[in-house]
Write a protein that binds this ligand. Sequence first.
Ligand SMILES: NC(=O)c1ccc[n+]([C@@H]2O[C@H](COP(=O)([O-])OP(=O)(O)OC[C@H]3O[C@@H](n4cnc5c(N)ncnc54)[C@H](OP(=O)(O)O)[C@@H]3O)[C@@H](O)[C@H]2O)c1
Length: 233
Amino acid sequence: MKTAFITGGSQGLGREILAAFSRRGYYVYATSHRGEVVLPGPGKVIACDLSDPASIQKAFVDIGRLDVLVNNARLDPSSRRPEDDEASWFDRNIAVSLRGSYLCALEAFRIMSEQAPAGGAIVNVSSVRGIIPNDRARIPYGMAKAGQISLTRSLAALGGPRGIRVNAVLPGAVMTENLMRRAGAQRLAAVNAAIPLGRPGSMAECAETVLFAAEQTYMTGASLNVSGGLLMQ
Ligand SMILES: NC(=O)c1ccc[n+]([C@@H]2O[C@H](COP(=O)([O-])OP(=O)(O)OC[C@H]3O[C@@H](n4cnc5c(N)ncnc54)[C@H](OP(=O)(O)O)[C@@H]3O)[C@@H](O)[C@H]2O)c1
């Protein structure tokens, strides 16, 4: 049975990615932070705070074979607290959404290197926000998402000879429960108007793309833009 390690499966896109890999027959390791993770099939929930390097190291300690890592978790870019000054808001975003991805990718890369030539696949769930401009509050989020694209390309180059493929998926707006809860009719209309296909992507559409990125055997270093045309490249 193939194995996949997926970060941030308590809600939103992560929960849908867990379901997609389970349906595909993977045994899934899912990280749990504050929210509850419900496994849709065979697998194991691993407590992990991605802002804590020791916690990440511990999360990978007992992983034997690993076919896929999906770096999906992020710090919610709407979660700025009154006590966050610019430096701490930046640091919190980078610690979870970029350094967390980096350290998980290095752990997976180490395990997958030992599996050469079979290798494995790493998928970084980035965002079009790593490429297009962001509003003032989300600049650190966009910087973290841009960093994931750079991480993808560097590890793809290093991993190729070991059979390790590394790709990024760049969703635009995704119809998660957060978006549904937070966006009023007016905001949704504005979101739709900015997207050539006229609507946010569904979680299933994005999760299927992550699965594709993990399994396509002749693709590495790619950034798959799944944004309904919000970004065109
Ligand atoms: N939603 C969109 O419209 C959209 C658009 C483009 C790209 N994306 C990307 O898609 C991915 C998923 O987005 P989403 O909207 O589903 O995210 P989300 O609803 O904000 O969920 C984020 C997940 O990350 C986990 N997480 C947060 N802090 C953590 C920490 N310190 N340690 C471990 N896990 C932590 C959360 O777990 P807990 O609940 O347990 O804290 C949660 O499961 C992200 O990488 C995001 O950048 C999303």
